[in-house]
Design a protein around this ligand. Structure first.
Ligand code: ZN
Length: 189
């Protein structure tokens, strides 16, 4: 699969035996920013997202900071839509910097990686609090393997299952290898 290949080539997807910040072990590690640092990949992914929502009369593209901003900026450029981002202030997702959404506007929410969709749901709620319409959610990687349901039109480029193990149950540990923190050494592709 082409997209998966790009993720592996750019080391956005590492395969091996990793110790995640949660303390869990995993055979995979994702860092979407590693692939989005290349403008050609970012542009190609965002073209697919924009294409999917091109008939939805998108007025505004909004992303949760920080990971979604690069995706939103490129999708917004392609759609010719105003592009803003939401950020947390005292833990609450909010619009700052003079950004606003008007009643009745069609808004596309963009993100880099969705796992449970928590930040996206908060941005959707924020958009609706202004009386605007959430037309859809476009994102690069779906780590829920497509299970997350936003209740609106959605599109992602890559759907993957997150595989994690508790240290004591980890089959990779049982095979005798040691879990490493991502980035601490380069693994074979
Ligand atoms: Zn392990």
């Amino acid at each position: 699969m082409e997209i998966l290949k790009v993720f592996k080539q750019t080391e956005a997807l590492l395969e091996g035996h990793f110790l995640l910040t949660s303390g869990l072990h995993s055979p995979n590690y994702f860092q979407c920013a590693k692939v989005l640092q290349f403008p050609n990949h970012c542009e190609n992914f965002c073209k697919s997202i924009a294409e999917h929502f091109k008939n939805d009369k998108i007025d505004v593209v909004i992303s949760p900071a920080v990971g979604g901003i690069v995706v939103g900026t490129e999708v917004g450029r392609i759609l010719g839509a105003r592009t803003i981002f939401a950020e947390r202030q005292d833990g609450k997702m909010t619009l700052r910097r003079g950004f606003s959404v008007s009643k009745g506007e069609n808004v596309l929410v963009t993100e880099d990686v969705v796992t449970t969709g928590g930040s996206v749901f908060e941005v959707m709620e924020l958009v609706r609090s202004f009386g605007a319409n959430v037309a859809g959610v476009g994102y690069v990687v779906d780590r829920s393997n497509g299970k997350v349901d936003f209740g609106v039109k959605k599109f992602s480029l890559l759907q993957v299952e997150v595989i994690t193990f508790k240290a004591e149950d980890c089959p990779l540990c049982k095979q005798g290898s040691e879990a490493t923190k991502p980035g601490s050494r380069i693994l074979k592709k």
